[in-house]
Design a protein around this ligand. Structure first.
Ligand code: SF4
Ligand code: SF4
Length: 367
């Protein structure tokens, strides 16, 4: 059974936010696993431009201060998105993070992007899973001395629920890794748009692509679904069917977690913020109304336990209206399932437990 430490957000004049957060972190034993001088990655999602549900940087300052007091050197980090936009490369992403309050002068720690300038700095981790044989991960994650994941708990259009496991599996993956998790089929080729430049052929390690007699792209071999050709084509001649099987997507995401967490220099800690619990993830350029009240902050060394505890608490909470929740829900009803009925049973946590990522059996320790 895993321990999950919990603070219900209550504060007093004598015990304000920073003190309560410090108490929570201390009780979790976080300082005991850090050595002076450690470079500690704080894995966070800075929120898409226009989103308002992302984690408030000011609320994270006590975590930075706590780690610094233990002698560590924390930094905030994330990776580039697959899609073009303010988070598609690290220059625009860094400016967006600063606009959202992630400025060293405010939060006391710099922002560094784990997958480099354009999302191509990656480490390949071999992993013998049922759904992946290797994971492509932002290179810096394997260099850090420790990782603390800071997870905004909310819904997700495809996975149904997003917490620690989502932040790790998708958020730590490089662009190639994100593609790998999403795509389970070969890309679609559009020869009419192809210029015959050949860049995608160079990128394809499986040697699955070729150019026909008319100088147009064609599928000539067995595709592994890595998606590198899609990322490399600047002419729109290669597209991806994003509606991959949700069950496979979820299992790949979970196997990425196992591959990443097993390879870190020391065990990671996971902090779930049950605040601003919106129906969609922070990749959207908006945030719809929360589906339940703010509930608290949880921390655990077990990503499965902290996600299970978060789901249980959210489902036990009263539904909030007006929101996107269907009418008539009561305390105890599965809110995320009501929003995205096609998601796999237990949002993949059963599979996560089966492959040894953690335990769904937890003890909640309230501070
Ligand atoms: S990168 Fe695009 S344009 Fe160039 S050969 Fe491949 S499909 Fe054609
Ligand atoms: S998805 Fe990967 S393996 Fe398949 S054709 Fe594109 S580059 Fe080659």
């Amino acid at each position: 059974m895993s321990k999950v430490y919990f603070w219900n957000l209550r504060t007093t004049r004598k015990s304000p936010h920073a003190l309560k957060m410090k108490k929570l972190l201390k009780q979790s034993g976080l300082n005991a696993i850090i050595d002076p001088g450690n470079l500690v990655a704080l894995k966070v999602h800075f929120g898409e431009s226009g989103n308002t549900g992302y984690l408030n940087a000011l609320n994270l300052r006590p975590i930075v201060d706590f780690l610094k007091k233990a002698g560590a050197k924390p930094f905030f980090t994330d990776t580039s998105t697959l899609y073009v936009g303010d988070r598609g490369e690290s220059v625009s992403h860094g400016l967006l993070a600063a606009r959202h309050g992630y400025d060293p002068n405010i939060v006391g720690a710099p922002v560094m992007f784990a997958d480099g300038l354009r999302g191509e700095y990656e480490t390949t981790i071999p992993y013998e899973g049922k759904h992946i044989s290797e994971a492509y991960v932002g290179g810096m994650f394997m260099e850090t001395d420790m990782m603390v994941t800071l997870n905004h708990v909310k819904g997700h259009g495809l996975a149904g629920y997003g917490g620690a496991i989502k932040n790790i599996g998708m958020g730590c993956a490089s662009k190639r890794g994100k593609m790998h998790v999403h795509v389970s089929t070969a890309p679609h080729l559009h020869p009419e748009k192809c210029t015959g430049c050949g860049v995608c052929i160079t990128e394809c390690a499986a040697k699955a692509l070729d150019i026909d007699d008319e100088g147009k792209i064609l599928m000539a071999g067995k595709c592994s679904g890595c998606g590198r050709c899609f990322l490399s084509c600047r002419y729109g001649a290669i597209s991806i069917d994003w509606k991959s099987d949700v069950d496979i997507f979820t299992k790949r995401l979970i196997e990425y977690n196992k591959a990443i967490l097993d390879r870190l220099k020391r065990p990671a800690m996971h902090i779930n913020f049950l605040m601003n619990i919106t129906p969609d993830c922070d990749c959207h350029g908006y945030s719809d109304a929360p589906i339940c009240p703010d509930l608290g902050v949880m921390i655990s060394s077990d990503p499965v336990a902290v996600d299970q505890a978060s789901l249980d608490m959210i489902n036990s909470a009263p539904p909030l209206y007006p929101s996107r929740l269907p009418d008539g829900l009561s305390k105890g009803d599965d809110k995320f399932k009501a929003l995205t009925p096609d998601t796999p049973d237990s949002f993949g946590l059963k599979f996560a437990e089966e492959i040894g990522l953690g335990s769904r059996n937890y003890k909640l320790v309230t501070i």
